[in-house]
Design a protein around this ligand. Structure first.
Ligand code: FES
Ligand code: FES
Length: 160
């Protein structure tokens, strides 16, 4: 076991990890941050997306050891300081961008990364960016609407 220290959602945290421990497992089982979901074992679903040093990554594709000393952001740190939903979370609620909610943490974290690097994406750019995030429920239209709305753009999406 190795003791790791990292900043998670603005707080310095420490915990022990084996060399094989994935960051997703470390966040959930060691730090108790179960908002990061694990939906596959093939690195396909995107339910586990977090930000490491500002980059969106699938936390099941990174060893916890590799994140030692990093700055990690998870869904638990996304709300506004007063506890209200941030603009992306609110848009998901307003535009019915979730049903069961299993994919939602990863979707929100991916959307946050997209809007940081491209504040006014086109619908096609949103869809392309979400290529690594699978949703079994919504058919994606309302997720795209939500992200377009969070970017302050019209939410007219052609197909339903
Ligand atoms: S749990 Fe990481 S991509 Fe599915
Ligand atoms: S809302 Fe159920 S998987 Fe996306």
């Amino acid at each position: 076991m190795t003791q790791l220290t990292m900043t998670v959602n603005g707080k310095t945290v420490s915990g022990d990890a084996e060399g094989r421990t994935l960051l997703s497992t470390f966040l959930r089982d060691t730090l108790g941050l179960t908002g990061t979901h694990i939906g596959c074992d093939t690195s396909q679903c995107g339910a586990c997306v977090v930000h490491v040093d500002g980059e969106a990554i699938k936390s099941c594709t990174m060893l916890a050891l590799e994140a030692d000393g990093s700055n990690v952001a998870t869904i638990e740190g996304q709300a506004n300081e007063d506890g209200s939903l941030n603009v992306i979370q609110q848009a998901f609620q307003d535009h019915h961008g979730l049903q069961c909610g299993f994919c939602t943490p990863g979707m929100v974290m991916s959307a946050a990364a997209l809007l940081k690097e491209n504040p006014k994406p086109t619908e096609a750019e949103v869809r392309a960016y979400l290529e690594g995030n699978i949703c079994r429920c919504t058919g994606y239209h309302n997720i795209v609407k939500a992200i377009m709305a969070a970017s302050g753009q019209d939410v007219a999406i052609a197909a339903e």
